[in-house]
Design a protein around this ligand. Sequence first.
Ligand code: CS2
Length: 489
Amino acid sequence: MTRLSLATLDRVTPSWRPPFDPTSLEVGIVHLGLGAFARGHGLVFTQGAVAATGDTRWGYCGVTQRSRSVLDQLAPQDGLYSVLVRDGSHAVPQVVGTVRDLLFATEEPERLTSLLAAAATRVVTLTVTEKGYRHDPASRRLRADDPDVVADLAGREPVTVVGQLVRGLAARRSADAGPVTLLSCDNLAGNGEVLHDVVTQFAALLPDVGLRDWIEDNVAFPSSMVDRITPATTDQDRADTARLLGLTDEGVVVTEPFSQWVVEDTFAAGRPAWELAGVTLTGDVAPYERIKLRLLNGSHSMMAYLGLLAGHDYIAEAAGDLAIGRAADRFMQDDVTPGLDVPAGFGLGDYQEQLRSRWRNVAIRHLLSQVAMDGSQKIPNRLFGPIRERLASGGQPVAATLGLAAWMRFVSAGSSDDGKPLELDDPLADILRSAVAGTSTPQAVVSALFGVTAVFGDLGDDPAVRELVAGHLDTLTRYGARAAAQAIA
Ligand code: CS2
């Protein structure tokens, strides 16, 4: 079957094509981390903004960091790909035409620097996942002793995102190309602030005196809250898309109907008219971010660890498991909701109801292992705030500490309750494995893992937290995940 490309685009059903001529766009946005999430989220909103305004300045150069597989998928398709929105038995493709250029950072580091320094580049967006920021989750500071950070600081072609950005900003200053905005779209609390901090901390460690001040004066770092559940694409997804389009699409991304983006409106050099495409531009993202990171992502992590231990594979299965679904409900009701500052007009009850049905959308084959990976970088953003705040208000974070204990069981057991091996895919895997090596009781596991202070900070110093986590871990170890969930439901 013929492949999707500019030459074959006219064979696609007209309402599924980009609503503008993709070749009319210039590159105005560099996106770092062109994975499935970005392609199903930010790039789609930008397509809507370009369609609404006819402003052709906002095409993307999509940059991949770790492999060139996305380039191999999209380059032969002239950057075109489709987003397949699945809901129950419905599936509708939409071809996205905002990618005008592609780059694999490892192969073309100099071209990446030039693009970041180009006056036409006004916005740099990032979806590089939590671990891509090379910071300690607890202190939120750049890990200046990370071997890759050290090597990038010493002046090699940078491999870290922060190294690439700072080199690009130095070139931008030299070229006098003017201000630029770096917009983080990752699931981190205060993601703009984290990005600002790692970039300026990196710059301050360079001999180039003055670069840090230039960055402070010329670069904006708005925060943003991003939301769209995007599972990894399967062969079935590619086959269904080919049937619908009448063309093969190696770059298709599958996602749910729901999509949300709330962006702090502090841009240094303009932005697409995203508000015309359904994006909320606001002065303060924090309340939205807290609601989403804790209710959606916090429950996701909890369901991922309990679900994997209980033998499930997908979010829809874990959410539909009565005991696990109820434990997530308790987490939302008891540990998260009381600490939320809800924006006027925001219906918290409806939001939670909507989350439950999004999780149960069986057409979205969202692997628990995808959510469980990189837990050391994710859980501090998702579970620690609710734990600390509930304790500070005199309550017992029973459900949130079960989520934490389930992660500890996942890390230390290495297999599900019925013996299926569970892979620990985490940038701190070696540290976590050696921390729990030789531990023989739940208490010892809790002590060993709380000792990893880069993740936990002083959380483990609180005897109430330790007692709750150790109690849950004991139940998880003796009776399994479903029983531990049932015990709190
Ligand atoms: C998930 C998120 O993988 C994960 O950790 O919790 O990717 C989640 O699906 C998105 O944030 C939804 O917007």
